[in-house]
Every structure is written in structure tokens, then in C-alpha cells.
Design a protein around this ligand. Structure first.
Ligand code: NOJ
Length: 557
């Protein structure tokens, strides 16, 4: 009844920053192979690789130049073959990140497409003539450009503009063109034949563009670019007609193979999710949504946590299945953003407990299992994330002092998640023997896997236990979700109930003690402690106060 991916714990690997096996300062497949045993010990079931294909690395691989080859710095297809076989032998599945909204401009398709208006690949991309005055086809803006700017780029070779929702070197693919779609489906089947177990679909709600490419007059969602382009990313998100593309891809590839698919759900919320994920729709298995953990919104409150989780959990009886995560390669480190670095260890564990006991499939991000924290670079030169660099230059150009711009942008920078993995206390945190492509977080002598595992208070060990609970406790997989203390500003507490079992999770998501009186229905029962992140001085029934970042998981006897 439960497909494998509903029971799995997924672990996201950002290959470039994971482990370097050849000393060139860049993580690679050999590095991942060497760490498979640690991942097995952690207890994960599936690896999601962010893009590892051949790429000029303008967006660290989300700019794909060849979908059927491995980026030279990461290794070869043979290395991946070995990795997949080894992982499968350990019971670990592999899903690949598929970037199908855009490619690199160095992809063969685009190199052909730009040559002439009658090139057979011309319609693989979105070309539009200039307006009468020579300007861009519309006012859509783009945050990926250094200093921001238009989402259109003029190509003198044919005198037309091409659309790029992301970097200039990342032209959008034209999903309206059937031969392109068929080429994509062939490529996806090739990967399934290779032996991978599924796909994460990058920005999959953006494949369909509004007909006629109208100007946007919506309120800008972030900022009005200094040249007047409107940075309104919703223009191309969830546009009518997107479902036809997704259903076709399902019918051609995902359905017949039965593979797992998780769409990156920009624009998707609990209200519209079923139209993408309900099994009878035939689109994707689930979506990785941004309604709880979003870079663009303030960190969630306990009220928001309850509201969002309940809304997604309520989709389960209707055939939906949520995902759980708090950070990824595009976000800040979860302990810095949602926890408290002053309470790093308990808050990292509390966040793990939430992710691993809430309904749905947990997606962990490399480094959270050792409580990695945000990096504080003091120069823009150290940054790599194109949003951070682009926004920085836009802000400085419009008069913000450089240090102030950095102070504002740094907490949101994607580089926080991308600093190299901290394996041990040796130079560069044991990530590489060379010069790392992105500076290692200077806190690595204190925060690293080796030190964590040697500590009595190990976060890694807590993750192991919480992952085991996730796997073994039926209520965590099957149970419904019901919150208690529904208006408590600090405590997040919920019951997971199924026929076989009831589990109770209580978490003080704050840096202050939290007081509460157990509701009758809890106080009348007997509870066994399954896992805690701080030593317990009394039993649940005696408890009236929870320490900062304290979290306990109980089972009803
Ligand atoms: C979403 C990815 O997660 C992000 O890293 C990337 O920059 C954009 N899509 C563009 O592919």
C-alpha cells in the first residue's frame, strides 16, 4: 500500500560541496562513494543528487550542457554506474535532479537554435522579435542577472530575443514544441534504463509560459529593478496548461516506469497541490513545496507551523502525500534560521525530530545531521550564489553601503548551505586536500562530523535514532495529525494516531522555558519516552515546563 518513497528518508547531496576525492577542491562522485558507508550508518534510504551533468557551472549545474553525461569535475558515467550499483547494494536508491525548464546556452540544442531562424532546433527555445523601438518583448525582470535586468537577451546573430527566467546563459526551453518534449522523454527513459530510481524536477511549474508574453503589471514580488523591469516570478508559474505538459510526461515516462518524482513546487500550496499530486491526476508523486520553509518569508511561527502542517496532512486521505524538510541547497542552514546557534545542539535535534515525525517523506540536506551553521563571509568576493552577488551589485548601485548590503543579504544567501561539508578538524575540514571552490566555514574545528560523533551529545546519533523511529513506528508513517495547545506561541505538540499506535511529540521551539498544562486526554494515559534531546528530570505526567529547545517523543502505552 505504501510505495517505497513514502517510507523513505531522502538525503540531498550537493556534490560540489560534499567530498573531494582528487584534491582539486571540488566535491566529486569518488568522494560520495567514499562516504556511502557513513550515509548507510545514518540510516537514509535515498540520495537526491542536485545536477551533476556536464555544465559550465554558471548556476552550479542547474545550467545543463549535456543531460546524458557527467560534469568533468565530478567524474564519469562509469563512476556514477559504480556509485549507483554500490548504493543499490546497500539498499539506497538514487534520484537525479532534472532541469527541464531551461538548459545551458552551451547545450548543443541552443548552439544550433541561435544559428538561424530556420535551424531545426530554433523552436527548442523561446525566441521573440524586439518591440518596434528595438526593446525587449516585455517588461519581465530577472534576479539572476548581475545587477538584475531583463528576462530577455538580445542575440545579434538573428536579431531576436530569447527568454531566460534564470541566468543569461540559461535559456528557457520551449515546451510548446512537441519534438523538444519527445527528446526530453527519450532522455528521461535513458536515465531510467541506466538504473536510477526517480527524479526531482527543477522548477517544474514554470514550463508553461503565458500566451503572447504579455507585460506584467502585477506588484513586483521582490523589487523593481532599477531599469524598470518587474521581477515578478509568478508570471510563468502554474500557468494554465501546465497540467497538460505534466500529464503527457507522466503518460510517456513516469507512469509506465513507476518511478518516483518530486516536483520543485514553486507556486504550489496545500490548496492547489492535489491537482499535481493526486494519483488519479497522473502527474508527479509529490511536491517539494515552499509554504513552510521559504527563503523569501520570515521563519515560521508555531502558529504557522500548525496551520501549514495540518493543511498538508489533511491531503493524505485524499491521496496526497507531503514532503518534510527545513533546508536545502537554496536556503540558509536550518539551525541558524529556525533554531538558535546559542542552543545549537538541542535546536538542531528538535528540528530533526519535527522533520522526521511529521507526516510525509523527510528530505534531509547534507550537514544538518551535524548541525552545520550559516557562514559569515566578510567580503562579497567570497560569495558564489548568483542571487547574492546580483542583488548586492543592484543594492550598491542604488546607494546602499557595501557592508550594509552584505549584512542584509548574507542570511539569505544560498552560500550558507553550500559551504563544504565539515568532515573533521583537519585543514579545509577534511573536505579536500586542495583549495576548496568555496571557503569552508571557519567554525569547522568545532563543528564537524568527527567531533560530533565523538561527543556524548551527538546530533548525528540523534538523527540515527529519529530515523529509526521514523522507520519503525507505524503511527509516524500512517498516523493522522492532531495538534494540542493550538495557540501556544512556543510549544509545537502533536499526536500521530493510527490503529496500531499513538505517538506524541512535544517541542519547545524557542529559547525560553515554556509552560503548559497537559490536556486531560494526555494526562489520563500512560506514556513511554521514545526519544529526547535533553535529559529528562521527570515523567511526562509530572511535567509543567519545557526547557529551551527541549523536544520529546512518546508512545502511548
Ligand atoms: C531551483 C534550484 O533549486 C536552484 O538552485 C536553481 O538555481 C534554480 N532552480 C534554477 O534552476
Amino acid at each position: 500500500m505504501y510505495e517505497w518513497w513514502k517510507k523513505a528518508v531522502v538525503y540531498e547531496i550537493y556534490c560540489k560541496s560534499f567530498c573531494d576525492s582528487n584534491g582539486d577542491g571540488i566535491g566529486d562522485l569518488g568522494g560520495v562513494i567514499s562516504k556511502l558507508p557513513v550515509l548507510k550508518e545514518l540510516g537514509i534510504d535515498c540520495i537526491w543528487f542536485t545536477p551533476i551533468y556536464t555544465s559550465p557551472q554558471v548556476d552550479n549545474g542547474y545550467d545543463v550542457a549535456d543531460y546524458q553525461n557527467i560534469h568533468k569535475d565530478y567524474g564519469t558515467l562509469e563512476d556514477l554506474r559504480r556509485l549507483v550499483d554500490l548504493a543499490h547494494g546497500m539498499g539506497i536508491r538514487i534520484i537525479m535532479d532534472m532541469v527541464l525548464n531551461h538548459s545551458s546556452d552551451e547545450h548543443f540544442w541552443f548552439r544550433e537554435s541561435r544559428k538561424s531562424k530556420d535551424n531545426p532546433y530554433r523552436n527548442y527555445y523561446i525566441w521573440q522579435p524586439p518591440k518596434a523601438d528595438g526593446s525587449e518583448p516585455n517588461n519581465w525582470g530577472n534576479r539572476f542577472r548581475d545587477g538584475n535586468g531583463s528576462a530577455w537577451e538580445f542575440d545579434p546573430q538573428t536579431g531576436e530575443y530569447y527568454l531566460h527566467q534564470y541566468a543569461v546563459k540559461m535559456p528557457d526551453l520551449n515546451w510548446e514544441y512537441e519534438p523538444l518534449r519527445q527528446e526530453i522523454y527519450r532522455m528521461l527513459r535513458w536515465w531510467l534504463d541506466f538504473g536510477i530510481d526517480g527524479f526531482r524536477l527543477d522548477v517544474f511549474t514554470r514550463f508553461k509560459k503565458p500566451a503572447g508574453f504579455p507585460d506584467t503589471d502585477k506588484a513586483p514580488d521582490l523589487l523593481l529593478d532599477r531599469n524598470g523591469y518587474i521581477l515578478d516570478s509568478s508570471m510563468c508559474t502554474c500557468v494554465e496548461g501546465i497540467h497538460e505538459f505534466l500529464h503527457e510526461m507522466y503518460t510517456e515516462v513516469f507512469g509506465p516506469s513507476g518511478c518516483f518524482t518530486v516536483g520543485e513546487g514553486t507556486g504550489i500550496n496545500a490548496e492547489n497541490a492535489l491537482s499535481y499530486i493526486a494519483p488519479e491526476r497522473g502527474e508527479v508523486s509529490t511536491v517539494y513545496h515552499f509554504t513552510l520553509a521559504s527563503r523569501k518569508q520570515p521563519p515560521f511561527t508555531t502558529e504557522k507551523y500548525r496551520r501549514i502542517q495540518q493543511a498538508w496532512a489533511d491531503l493524505i486521505p485524499q491521496g496526497g502525500w507531503p514532503v518534510q524538510y527545513l533546508s536545502n541547497h537554496d536556503s540558509a542552514r536550518q539551525v541558524s534560521r529556525y533554531g538558535d546557534e546559542r542552543y545549537r545542539v538541542p535546536s538542531a535535534k528538535l528540528l530533526a525530530a519535527l522533520t522526521l515525525t511529521a507526516p510525509g517523506t523527510p528530505f534531509l540536506y547534507q550537514g544538518e545531521e551535524i548541525g552545520m551553521v550559516d557562514v559569515h563571509y566578510d567580503s562579497i568576493e567570497d560569495h558564489n550564489c548568483c542571487y547574492t552577488v546580483g542583488d548586492y551589485h543592484a543594492m550598491v548601485a542604488s546607494g546602499t553601503a557595501p557592508q550594509e548590503a552584505l549584512r542584509i543579504l548574507a542570511p539569505k544567501s544560498r552560500d550558507n548551505a553550500r559551504t563544504p561539508y565539515q568532515w573533521d578538524g583537519s585543514p579545509h575540514a577534511g573536505f579536500t586536500t586542495g583549495k576548496p571552490w568555496l571557503k569552508v566555514n571557519p567554525v569547522y574545528p568545532q563543528i564537524n562530523l568527527e567531533a560530533d560523533r565523538a561527543s556524548e551529545d551527538s546530533i548525528f546519533a540523534f538523527y540515527q535514532k529519529a530515523i529509526r523511529l521514523h522507520r519503525e513506528q507505524p503511527a509516524i508513517l500512517e498516523g493522522d495529525l492532531r495538534f494540542i495547545w493550538e495557540d501556544h506561541p512556543q510549544l509545537i505538540a502533536y499526536l500521530r494516531r493510527c490503529e496500531k499506535q499513538t505517538v506524541l511529540v512535544i517541542a519547545n521551539k524557542s529559547s525560553e522555558p515554556a509552560a503548559a498544562v497537559l490536556p486531560e486526554e494526555i494526562a489520563q494515559k500512560k506514556w513511554t519516552l521514545l526519544l529526547e534531546n535533553l535529559p529528562q528530570a521527570c515523567t511526562l505526567l509530572e511535567k509543567t515546563e519545557w526547557q529551551p529547545w527541549e523536544c520529546c517523543i512518546y508512545e502511548m502505552e
